[in-house]
Design a protein around this ligand. Structure first.
Ligand SMILES: [Zn+2]
Length: 423
């Protein structure tokens, strides 16, 4: 869609960046769902390192579900208060692995100032008191020096409007846009994450090819940053830019309830990925999904190997090699992403990736049928636009974004991180 939009010149700010930068398609992580993807962007790692497994998952240590917000119904089903606490505090304070380093931690440890606007993965070393707009949120959060999170945490008084007034009409991005303009006007950061989420929201509701108005608002928000710097020349002289999405979206028209196949087990399904937590034999459990139209691939571990199964056919794999039907994981970076998803200690015994056009109902039975969705290994969910301006590298994966940022600032990469190829 970005290419279309650039060609039709309906997105002047994005077109301006594209004119001065380099563009490619890059690959997301798996499951290609926001909390997983944003953690990958912030830490430069797949879920084997950052350990955020899904939008909804079972916490084995606390014997309960963690639901970051699949739908209002799913949040109610998991407990609204708990869900809010898990999303605002839990993800950053305890779910995100201590083995992972966030981009904010790495840059600020090197003496730079980082800022984050509305991104769910914001772990940093500065304590921020809540604004007390939501009474449940009483504890401080730990983020970069400049943290703005949906009016809940605001390190500076910016005069930005309330973010939750009217989401369908773009009030969340309007909040981000106002904060972003305030920050750029003051040149108040070395590094800024400026996260716009309304396009994803609109695309879920209207379908991935119909959310033009939301994309135009994204463009306005980016254009606002450029203006706040004094115009394109000043903006590009002052800043390098990485513009990307955290995942794709595809049209969905059919829904499967994974719970029906696994009575007695814990199923966490949302959008186009599902997990099954069970003491049963994983091979037997996976075989139950043979012939299910809604399922593309079922993944599980068997000893030192991983297995990908589709309709009775199997591919066995480790990071060192494969045996069996290689076509089963013929997805973009399919082997690497599947291995990393399974190597996450918080993942279910089974991970299920949905077939094209299908979605798995969430805890409350909600879905986006008739609209857009994402989460699977398939190309449409997994490919993202990647545009860089003023950088030496052009990341081919969202896990190469954080390393590209650290390299730009001359800060050493964490040992697990993969530098992107010079392009
Ligand atoms: Zn989404």
């Amino acid at each position: 869609m970005l290419e279309d939009t650039l060609e039709r010149r309906t997105a002047p700010a994005l077109a301006l960046l594209a004119e001065h930068g380099r563009y490619r398609r890059a690959i997301s992580t798996f499951p290609s769902l926001t909390p997983v993807c944003l953690s990958s962007l912030a830490t430069g790692a797949h879920p084997d390192v950052h350990e955020i497994p899904h939008l909804v998952w079972y916490h084995r240590g606390e014997r309960r579900l963690v639901e970051y917000g699949s739908s209002f119904g799913a949040v109610r089903a998991a407990g609204t208060r708990q869900s809010l606490i898990d999303t605002v505090y839990g993800l950053n304070d305890s779910h995100l692995s201590g083995n992972a380093v966030t981009v904010y931690e790495a840059l600020e440890d090197a003496g730079l100032t980082a800022a984050a606007v509305n991104i769910t993965c914001y772990r940093g070393r500065t304590e921020h008191l809540p604004t007390r707009r939501v009474p449940v949120l009483t504890r401080p959060a730990h983020g970069p020096k400049r943290l703005f999170f949906y009016n809940l945490f605001e390190s500076d008084v910016t005069g930005a409007p309330l973010s939750v007034r009217n989401r369908p009409r773009g009030s969340i991005d309007a909040y981000a846009a106002a904060v972003g303009r305030w920050l750029v006007t003051r040149d108040g950061f070395d590094f800024l994450v400026f996260y716009l989420s309304d396009y994803d929201y609109a695309s879920h509701a209207q379908g991935p090819d119909a959310a033009h108005a939301a994309l135009a608002r994204c463009d306005d928000a980016v254009g606002g940053l450029i203006e706040a710097a004094g115009g394109p020349d000043q903006f590009l002289e002052r800043y390098a830019v990485i513009l990307c999405s955290d995942h794709g979206q595809t049209q969905v028209d059919e829904v499967e309830r994974l719970e029906d196949t696994f009575p007695g087990d814990i199923v966490t399904a949302s959008n186009r990925a599902g997990m099954v937590y069970s003491d049963g034999d994983p091979g037997e459990l996976a075989a139950r999904l043979d012939g299910h139209q809604g399922v593309d691939v079922v993944l599980y571990r068997e000893g030192e190997e991983a297995v990908a199964r589709r309709d009775g056919e199997e591919l066995r794999f480790t990071p060192d090699g494969t045996s069996g039907d290689a076509a089963i994981l013929d997805h973009p970076q399919g082997l690497e992403r599947s291995w990393a998803a399974l190597a996450n200690p918080n993942a279910g015994e089974l991970i299920v990736s949905a077939a094209a056009g299908w979605e798995f109902a969430d805890l409350a039975g909600r879905h986006h049928s008739g609209g857009g969705s994402h989460g699977s290994l398939l190309t449409g969910d997994s490919e993202v636009p990647m545009l860089t301006v003023g950088l030496e590298t052009l990341p081919g994966s969202i896990v190469e974004v954080m390393p590209a940022v650290l390299e730009h600032f001359g800060v050493p990469l964490p040992a697990y991180a993969r530098a992107s190829a010079r392009a």
